[in-house]
Ligand binder design. Structure first.
Ligand code: SAM
Length: 250
């Protein structure tokens, strides 16, 4: 089952994640994009946190996503002549006539793919769309076991303004589903508009992964070569790592 991001989440995505995430992964993915000579595909392109910058630096980049609300925000940021580069498709069965030198699925896209056969389809689909020597990069977070078990209860993970004098707040709660390896997340977004506080809630499951599960999954796929980093600075996995960054090569 596909869980599309709702309108309010898409609307405030950039305000929240430029703050929470850009310092972590932005430079890494943009460097990968800049170093690529040839076509690039971003899977789960969202509001274009990387895509819009990549396009403005001249990258030959294409993007897909399943959430129309996210894509709408992205289309609002780029020239109409470039809209043909963006389409609504899923990682598991997207189709392109051309092959890509680089395919990226940044910031938890694979965690939205819940079923193991679908995960394998997704990775193999990326393989099939890569040119020889091309790379597929995706990331997932390393589960924090303590937080996973206890869950979060109404934690404010963002509080600020989305425009001058207009407040925005996001509150998150999580519950684990250990047997299905899911974190069920409940988001509540509150924002000031028309002299009222508006609100939208959203429930979404995220599939968490362990290291050797991901290694086995990639090894079951068509990829023969891969490496795993523990951050976006090029460091190997260690006990302080918070991320699995998989770099698979065709
Ligand atoms: C956390 S956002 C990341 C967006 C963007 N890559 C970024 O880093 O800001 C995850 C994105 O993956 C998309 N997504 C979820 N399932 C997907 C699927 N099966 N195929 C393609 N995109 C998917 C969501 O709609 C969402 O836009």
């Amino acid at each position: 089952m596909l869980h599309q991001y709702p309108t309010s989440f898409a609307r405030f995505y950039d305000v929240i994640y430029h703050h929470l995430r850009n310092g972590v992964d932005h430079e890494f993915y943009l460097n990968e994009i800049k170093q690529t000579k040839g076509k690039i595909l971003e899977i789960g392109v969202g509001t274009g946190r990387f895509f819009a910058d990549a396009l403005s630096t001249g990258a030959d980049i294409y993007g897909i996503d399943i959430s129309s609300a996210m894509i709408d925000v992205l289309l609002g940021k780029i020239d109409k002549r470039e809209h043909h580069r963006v389409s609504i498709q899923s990682i598991t069965d997207c189709k392109f006539d051309s092959q890509f030198k680089l395919i990226i699925a940044p910031f938890r896209v694979m965690m939205h793919v819940l079923d193991k056969e679908e995960q394998l389809k997704a990775i193999n689909n990326a393989y099939d769309h890569l040119a020889p020597g091309g790379k597929f990069i995706f990331d997932t977070f390393i589960p924090n076991l303590q937080q996973l078990i206890t869950g979060l209860e109404n934690q404010v993970d963002f509080e600020g303004e989305y425009e001058s004098d207009k407040k925005l707040k996001r509150i998150v709660s999580t519950k684990p589903d250990l047997i299905n390896q899911l974190i069920n997340i409940h988001f509540r977004i509150e924002w000031d508009e028309d002299n009222k506080t508006k609100m939208e809630e959203w429930d979404v499951p995220l599939r968490y992964y362990f290291r050797y599960e991901l290694e086995h999954l990639v090894e079951r796929s068509k990829f023969d070569k891969y490496k795993v980093l523990g951050d976006y600075l090029g460091n190997e996995l260690n006990n302080q790592s918070k991320e699995f960054v998989f770099i698979c090569q065709k």
